[in-house]
Design a protein around this ligand. Structure first.
Ligand code: COA
Length: 156
C-alpha cells in the first residue's frame, strides 16, 4: 500500500493508504483511512480516519463512512448509505471528548442498499443483503436479507 495525498478543487485526499488499481471519483473527502486493491470510491463520498475499506469493493456516490467502520472484501455499498458510530450524540460529549465510538463491521461479500442507515455496534454478516432505505439496528446474519425501518428479516 502507498500513502495518497491529493488536494485539488475536486478531490481532498489526505494520508490515505491505498492498494493497487484503486479508482477514486471526484468530489471526495477521504482522510487517514485505508482502501484495498481494485476498490472504487464514487463521487461525493466521505471516509473518515481509521475506517477500513477492503479489496474489490464498490462504494457508490454520496455515501458517508465514519470512524470505526470496517468493510471487508467485495462489499457493495449503494448510494447515500450512512454509517453511525454514536447512537446518542451531543455537543457536550463532543467537546468533552467523552463519547464512545461504536464500531461497525461489514463482512465479505455483503451488499448494502441505497439510502440504508447502519447504527453503531452492529455486524452485517458475510454475503448478507440490506434492502434500500433500511435502518439497521441489529446484527444481520451471514447470507441474511433485511429490509425496513427498523430492519427485519425479509423472506421475499
Ligand atoms: C430488498 C430487495 C432486494 C427486494 O427485492 P425483491 O425481492 O425483488 O422485492 P419486490 O420488489 O418483489 O418486493 C417484494 C415486497 O418487498 C417490499 N420491498 C422491496 N424492497 C423493499 C425495501 N427496500 N424496503 C422495504 N420493503 C421492500 C415490496 O414493497 C414488496 O412488498 P409487498 O409484497 O407487501 O408488496 C430490493 O427491493 C432492494 O431493496 N434492493 C436494493 C437495491 C439498491 O439499493 N441498489 C443500489 C444501487 S442501484
Amino acid at each position: 500500500m502507498k500513502i495518497l495525498n491529493v488536494n485539488t478543487a475536486k478531490k481532498n485526499i489526505r494520508k490515505v493508504k491505498v492498494g493497487k488499481d484503486v479508482k477514486i471519483f471526484d468530489f471526495v473527502n477521504l482522510y487517514e483511512c485505508s482502501i484495498g486493491d481494485r476498490t472504487q470510491i464514487g463521487a461525493f463520498v466521505e471516509i473518515q480516519k481509521g475506517a477500513k475499506v477492503g479489496k474489490r469493493c464498490r462504494i457508490q456516490s454520496h455515501t458517508f463512512i465514519c470512524e470505526g467502520v470496517t468493510i471487508e472484501d467485495e462489499v457493495f455499498i449503494g448510494h447515500g448509505v450512512i454509517f453511525i458510530n454514536d447512537k446518542k450524540p451531543s455537543v457536550r460529549k463532543t467537546l468533552d471528548k467523552s463519547w464512545t465510538l461504536e464500531p461497525i463491521l461489514i463482512k465479505d461479500g455483503a451488499t448494502i442498499g441505497s439510502g440504508a442507515i447502519l447504527m453503531g455496534g452492529i455486524t452485517v454478516g458475510k454475503g448478507a443483503f440490506v434492502g434500500a432505505g433500511a435502518v439497521v439496528t441489529k446484527d444481520v446474519a451471514d447470507h441474511g436479507t433485511v429490509v425496513g425501518v427498523p430492519a427485519r428479516p425479509y423472506r421475499g
